[in-house]
Ligand binder design. Structure first.
Ligand SMILES: *[C@@H]1O[C@H](CO)[C@@H](O)[C@H](O)[C@H]1NC(C)=O
Ligand SMILES: *[C@@H]1O[C@H](CO)[C@@H](O)[C@H](O)[C@H]1NC(C)=O
Ligand SMILES: *[C@@H]1O[C@H](CO)[C@@H](O)[C@H](O)[C@H]1NC(C)=O
Length: 357
């Protein structure tokens, strides 16, 4: 008899939001983070892990920028304060920020946590676009979370494709077997990818189609869909098609499109799983949700979230994380360091929580 044993069965919540240089102030993030009693995880449970990417966070120095954390990271920590979460890591490159929080119980199953950043544009010498990422060994599997902000404007498609390849080429990690983004067993790539609609429909006509929820027709013109088909970029990744209105460009404080730009699905979440690369092990990331959050009117973009069921299953036998890690990452790993840094992350987290009381 074939038996499948789950080594990991996690609900991972991803969120991307271009906050247009606003600070969080009195924003209530509870519905955004599924803390309002309704989640998209199995059995209405809270996510096991949150990975949140922001674009255009304010880079002007904050007077109270304690612990070098951005106000948005502190806001998330504060929002998750009543639950059993620990900040795992964060990385910022100018206005692009990625941060990861996980439930306490998963921390012993995280190793070799690394962050990376790539600035794009002319040799990375100028411009404020690029990507930040967090990679780790999670229950023995290699996963990379990449948050990017690509070149803006309808006509800059070529630059967006170049940005993508520059990020893929320049992103390097130290983990054995996982030097590059696409070496990872699981890749989640999200952000303000800035893809627009091809063709010359007017902003008014796009809005009319959106009002009639003709998303499928509009998505046939979506630059990201078109270039993934052609294999120009993002073709290793999959995306569930959005069943929500374009998330750009709104008049701040409203749900009205600002028709100075043609509405577009700039904010996207893609993923890739290499399901069967280890004998006797099956990896999967079934997508449970993909939605925009219209209640949030802070910036000219709507936040977009997705949840995934991150599963690692062994056929006919069980593995400990260490055995699996050995299989995936090789034996030359050094488990001591992440332990210590996670302990510090926890201490800082507790300290931050206290200073906010
Ligand atoms: C919580 O927020 C989600 C997402 O915004 C929404 O779909 C859901 O209806 C809300 N639930 C409650 C109980 O307000
Ligand atoms: C720390 O590392 C030790 C030895 O590798 C391991 O036994 C222990 O479970 C780890 N603890 C955490 C919290 O990661
Ligand atoms: C699992 O065990 C069954 C029965 O012993 C065998 O037929 C099957 O090939 C095994 N599968 C794997 C992946 O080892």
């Amino acid at each position: 008899m074939v038996t499948a044993t789950a080594i990991a069965d996690l609900c991972i919540f991803l969120l991307t939001w271009n906050v247009g240089t606003h600070v969080p102030r009195n924003q209530d993030l509870s519905s955004l983070l599924s803390l309002n009693g309704t989640t998209t995880c199995p059995d209405n449970q809270l996510p096991d892990i949150y990975v949140i990417g922001f674009q255009e966070v304010s880079t002007t120095p904050q007077v109270l920028k304690i612990f070098n954390d951005d106000p948005w990271v502190l806001k998330i920590a504060d929002s998750l304060n009543d639950y059993q979460f620990v900040k795992v890591d964060s990385k910022q490159l100018q206005g692009i920020l990625i941060t990861m929080f996980a439930q306490h119980k998963h921390i012993p199953h995280m190793k070799e946590i690394e962050t990376e950043a790539t600035r794009t544009g002319l040799g990375g010498l100028w411009g404020n676009k690029g990507a930040v990422s967090i990679r780790l060994s999670l229950y023995g599997t290699g996963v990379a979370f990449v948050c990017s902000h690509l070149a803006a404007h309808d006509e800059k498609l070529k630059e967006r494709i170049e940005d993508y390849h520059q990020i893929v080429d320049n992103h390097k990690y130290n983990a054995q077997g996982y030097r590059r983004i696409f070496d990872h067993d699981f890749v989640f790539w999200f952000g303000d990818l800035n893809f627009r609609l091809s063709g010359d429909m007017s902003a008014w006509d796009v809005r009319t189609d959106v009002e009639n929820q003709r998303y499928a027709d509009l998505l046939k013109l979506d630059q990201l869909n078109l270039l993934r088909e052609k294999g120009n970029a993002f073709s290793l990744l999959e995306e569930q098609q959005p069943n929500f209105a374009p998330t750009f460009k709104f008049v701040e404080g409203t749900n009205d499109y600002n028709l100075k730009r043609r509405p577009a699905w700039c904010d996207r979440i893609l993923h890739r799983v290499q399901s069967n690369i280890y004998p006797g092990i099956t990896l999967s990331a079934n997508q449970l949700s993909y939605q925009s959050h219209m209640d949030y009117t802070l910036s000219d973009h709507k936040p977009v979230s997705a949840t995934f069921n991150y599963k690692v299953e062994a056929i006919n036998r069980t593995y400990t994380d260490e055995e699996l890690h050995e299989m995936t990452h090789g034996s030359a790993s050094s488990p001591a360091t992440p332990n210590v840094s996670l302990f510090f992350a926890f201490v800082v987290f507790v300290a931050v929580s206290y200073t906010q009381l």
